[in-house]
Design a protein around this ligand. Structure first.
Ligand SMILES: NC(=O)c1ccc[n+]([C@@H]2O[C@H](COP(=O)([O-])OP(=O)(O)OC[C@H]3O[C@@H](n4cnc5c(N)ncnc54)[C@H](OP(=O)(O)O)[C@@H]3O)[C@@H](O)[C@H]2O)c1
Length: 293
């Protein structure tokens, strides 16, 4: 029996897998991999092929009906909708939950004083642990794909990335690695009760990241290190953030500033038996796709 056959036998025969955030950075990669393995998969979100809105619990049951496993891409609001969703999923017959959480959720105060207990990710983690079904928690640090399809893309394209991260470093993790770990946890035995801290294989500062992109593309964006309070004020003045949102976003970047995101974690190796992808591989592939013009 091939790996594909084994996976199909282990999951698809029992029922579909629901992927919330099925159009997002990790979710759509999880969907593609599961479908590639022949696993019946629902890509759920407000714009996905399975309608699902975290803010409207009346959309949840149709997405859950018959599902045996769920990949949870949470909504980062307080309170988190994840606990109520987990309860409904288990009542609906789901037997395996894989939660996308975040690096530092298990470290008090990692995201700043507003999220002393891990914030919405902490709520989600406590809910899956108490669910009574098989669960796996993924705790990735900052994704490499933030530079190619996320919040840092515009700055890279515009030639200037202004962040309050000083000379801090992060071991950026490739969303393809996160998806590989998620699919393993959804489809294979041996991952129940595991909490995988996920990082890339080396730490880079923002200036290093822009160097790597420039080496590959020939286009250099400048890193502008901004004072955190000026950064926060700018989000309110220029980008329509509320002061609270601006504070949370600035706090979320602080683990890069302090290099708390720098130590390399072993979750990819523990889950998959291989090393995580290097940032240079991510840059090469994104450049080939022309994401930076
Ligand atoms: N980005 C990072 O570096 C990073 C690092 C660690 C942890 N995380 C965590 O990963 C999670 C996802 O972040 P991301 O950066 O991967 O986001 P993303 O790529 O923007 O994906 C978010 C997904 O959620 C869906 N979504 C958004 N609002 C929704 C709603 N109200 N109801 C249903 N679905 C909704 C989106 O699809 P629709 O718009 O179609 O609804 C999309 O599929 C967050 O909890 C974040 O804290 C992110």
């Amino acid at each position: 029996m091939t790996q594909t056959d084994a996976t199909t036998a282990a999951t698809s025969a029992q029922g579909p897998v629901l992927v919330t955030g099925g159009t997002g950075k990790t979710g759509r990669r999880v969907v593609a991999r599961l479908r590639g393995l022949g696993v019946e998969t629902r890509a759920a979100s407000r714009s996905g092929d399975t309608p699902f809105d975290w803010s409207d619990p009346t959309t949840w049951q149709a997405a859950l009906d018959g599902a045996v496993a769920v990949y949870i891409t949470p909504l980062d609001t307080t309170p988190s909708p994840t606990p109520a969703f987990v309860e409904q999923a288990v009542a609906s017959g789901v037997r395996r939950l894989v939660l996308l959480s975040a690096r530092g959720t298990d470290v008090p105060g990692y995201f700043g004083p507003a999220y002393e207990d891990g914030g919405p990710h902490g709520e989600g983690e406590r809910a899956v642990r108490a669910s009574g079904v098989e669960w796996t928690i993924l705790r990735p640090g900052w994704f490499s794909q933030n530079f190619s399809e996320g919040v840092f893309l515009d700055g890279v394209r515009d030639g200037e990335l202004a962040l309050p991260t000083g000379d801090g470093k992060a071991a950026f993790i490739d969303a393809d690695d996160i998806a590989d770990v998620a699919v393993a946890a959804l489809t294979e035995d041996g991952h129940a009760g595991e909490e995988y801290g996920l990082s890339g294989p080396r730490a880079l500062g923002i200036a290093d990241v822009l160097d790597e992109i420039a080496k590959e593309t020939g286009k250099r964006a400048a890193y502008v290190a901004v004072d955190p309070s000026a950064f926060r004020a700018g989000l309110v003045a220029d980008q329509g953030f509320t002061d609270e949102e601006a504070g949370l976003w600035t706090d979320a970047l602080e683990p890069i500033t302090t290099s708390r995101e720098a130590p390399v974690l072993d979750g990819v190796r523990r889950a998959l038996g291989r090393e995580p992808r290097d940032f240079a591989d991510f840059v090469r592939e994104a450049a080939v796709r022309g994401v930076w013009g």
